[in-house]
Design a protein around this ligand. Structure first.
Ligand code: FAD
Length: 537
């Protein structure tokens, strides 16, 4: 069972290492643990359902509505932990197929009701929560439309229901000796439909590609009709409409079927660590490897702050101090930065990838680390998200912001975003711990992913106010630094006001036209991706 007010499976808990809490306390002060509202209290305070119709497809049961009311952004956490939800869907539907979805469109059109497609509920950009005061809303949960429908062995194409979550998808492909290779950190809970709708990126996108390159076709059902996308390997038949569906965030309709390009399961999967004298040297390694198209599956370079935090989060590892002393003797001191690289494939590919990595690290005066660092990263690659639970319990809020830009902008964006976050609460006398990594590297640039932590306030509204200040400061730093407002999390409601700066008035008008064309009655996920005013114009 998923936690209703935190991350992940209730049966899994990943404690925060005492060393990490000491590190954090030194940087931003002792955490301010706050009491959580119980499930019963939260259900009792849930706004009443305003739905006037009843239908066998709809449940207005409070627990159902609560479980589909929020995603995983920090404002979502604040609302759930404090039990203060000013909005919840008025009903939840679990359609079993196209007929049910069409029935929901009819019902919504007749009743002036809005619809929000709900995949795994792992959005971190406010995709799933409408503003209070809008029309009654139905969350359309896609969990019943899941699993492998067709597998075309010869073409390696697999067609899934949109509600298929990562582990099920990989297990079903594994039975055919295949993998999708799409592993976002939220893999345990996020769905293939959600990945398409938010333009998601998996940790090993360097080998397998982002969801854009894995998404071969499928079906979008919109209030205005169906859009079938044939899984051609390539086509010159005008603009690629798959690109309109990718990133559509439930605004145009519901992705009801996803056909993906799969790969053979790799014979070998491993992760190696390297240490570089500083972040600039780390970036130089990443750039060189991306430029020569080295066959690695992942390159991730942490800043000095992130490296120190990751080493502290790993707890007391035997031999760590001695190893850091050794690095010091090799000229890799307190500014050291850790690079994690994925080596995936057959023996030949793994050998070529490892050789390329060793050479690039040597060229930048770095050192390949002991195997334990890479193994530890791999063991924690999905588990580290669970630490958000323990950090919250210890009185710390955690959030992330992310972007991508060309190599010339990357260093300044890292400095700008972390700087804006660190200074963001100075007026309140609060410190913020912010640290970044560059990952998802491309020949022309890289993503920048920044995590930040600050102390919870006694009043949840005050924590939310602080988050707003920090989010705005970081988003401004991204835009001013020449980055995209999102490399992988999407736009949602939290980033919608920054999109016009990125794609201009004509770009916004084209998206608004598309929303009107697919969804003339304005039923679909209003306020996500685009401001409603843009679509009304
Ligand atoms: C701990 C954590 C780690 C994360 N790591 C990553 C990462 O490594 N890479 C990454 O890309 N993202 C990551 N994310 C963000 C999130 O997991 C992705 O945005 C993911 O793609 C969302 O999928 P979902 O199924 O949970 O969609 P939801 O959160 O349910 O929905 C997201 C949006 O997509 C729409 N939608 C969902 N399904 C459909 C459908 N079938 N048809 C139409 N619209 C639909 C919804 O209406 C909503 O607008 C992370 C999130 C968390 C909490």
């Amino acid at each position: 069972m998923r936690r209703w007010n935190g991350w992940g499976d209730e049966g899994v808990s990943v404690p925060v290492a005492p060393e990490a809490l000491v590190h954090l306390e030194r940087l931003i002060g002792p955490g301010r643990s706050q009491p959580d509202a119980s499930l019963e209290e939260t259900l009792a305070r849930l706004p009443a359902s305003r739905l006037s119709v009843s239908d066998p497809l709809l449940s207005t049961e409070p627990a159902e509505r609560l479980r589909h009311a929020r995603g995983q952004s920090l404002p979502d956490w604040i609302a759930l932990r404090s039990g203060r939800l000013d909005w919840a869907p008025d009903a939840v539907a679990h359609p079993s197929g196209l007929d049910d979805i069409r029935a929901l469109f009819r019902l919504a059109a007749a009743d002036g009701t809005a619809l929000i497609p709900y995949g795994g509920g792992t959005s971190v950009a406010g995709h799933l929560t409408a503003r209070p005061g809008g029309p009654p809303t139905i969350a359309v949960a896609l969990d019943r439309m899941s699993g492998l429908g067709r597998f075309d062995e010869r073409s390696g194409l697999a067609t899934f229901g949109p509600g298929t979550i990562g582990p099920r998808l990989e297990a079903e492909l594994g039975a055919h000796g295949r993998t999708l290779g799409h592993f976002p950190q939220s893999y345990e809970a996020s769905t293939i439909g959600g990945w398409v709708a938010t333009r998601s990126s998996g940790q090993q996108s360097l080998r397998y590609g982002r969801i854009e390159s894995l998404f071969a076709g499928g079906h979008l059902e919109a209030p205005a009709g169906g859009l079938a996308l044939a899984p051609f390997p390539a086509s010159a038949a005008g603009p690629d409409l798959r690109q309109l569906v990718l990133g559509s965030e439930g605004r145009l309709g519901i992705v009801t079927e996803v056909t993906v390009r799969t790969s053979p399961r790799p014979a070998h999967e491993g992760f190696l660590a390297a240490f570089l004298p500083d972040f600039a040297h780390g970036l130089a390694v990443a750039r060189a490897l991306a430029d020569e198209r080295a066959p690695l599956s992942m390159i991730r370079v942490s800043t000095a702050e992130e490296t120190a935090t990751l080493l502290a989060a790993g707890g007391r590892r035997r031999g760590l101090r001695a190893y850091l002393r050794y690095l010091g003797l090799r000229g890799i001191g307190s500014e050291r930065c850790m690079l994690i690289a994925g080596v995936t494939g057959d023996d030949r590919t793994v050998r070529a990838a490892t050789d390329a990595l060793h050479q690039a690290v040597r060229d930048q005066r770095g050192v390949i680390g002991p195997a334990g660092f890479g193994r530890a990263w791999a063991a924690d690659r999905f588990r580290s998200a669970y630490q958000r639970n323990g950090l919250w319990d210890a009185g710390y809020a955690v959030d992330t912001v992310e972007t991508a830009s060309t190599w010339d902008h990357v260093p300044a964006i890292v400095a700008g975003v972390t700087g804006a976050l660190r200074d963001g609460l100075a007026a309140d006398g609060e410190r913020v711990h912010a640290f970044s990594h560059a990952s998802h590297v491309y020949p022309s640039g890289s993503s920048v992913y920044t995590t930040y932590l600050f102390r919870l306030a006694d009043d949840p509204d005050e924590t939310l106010r602080r988050w707003r200040i920090l989010k705005a400061a970081a988003s401004r730093a991204i835009v001013e630094g020449g980055g995209t407002i999102s490399h992988q999390h999407g736009v949602g409601r939290d980033h919608a006001s920054y999109l016009p700066a990125e794609i201009g008035p004509l770009g916004i008008a084209v998206l608004a036209d598309a929303a009107r064309r697919f969804d003339p009655g304005g039923l679909m996920n209003r306020g996500a991706l685009l401001d409603d005013d843009e679509v009304a114009r």
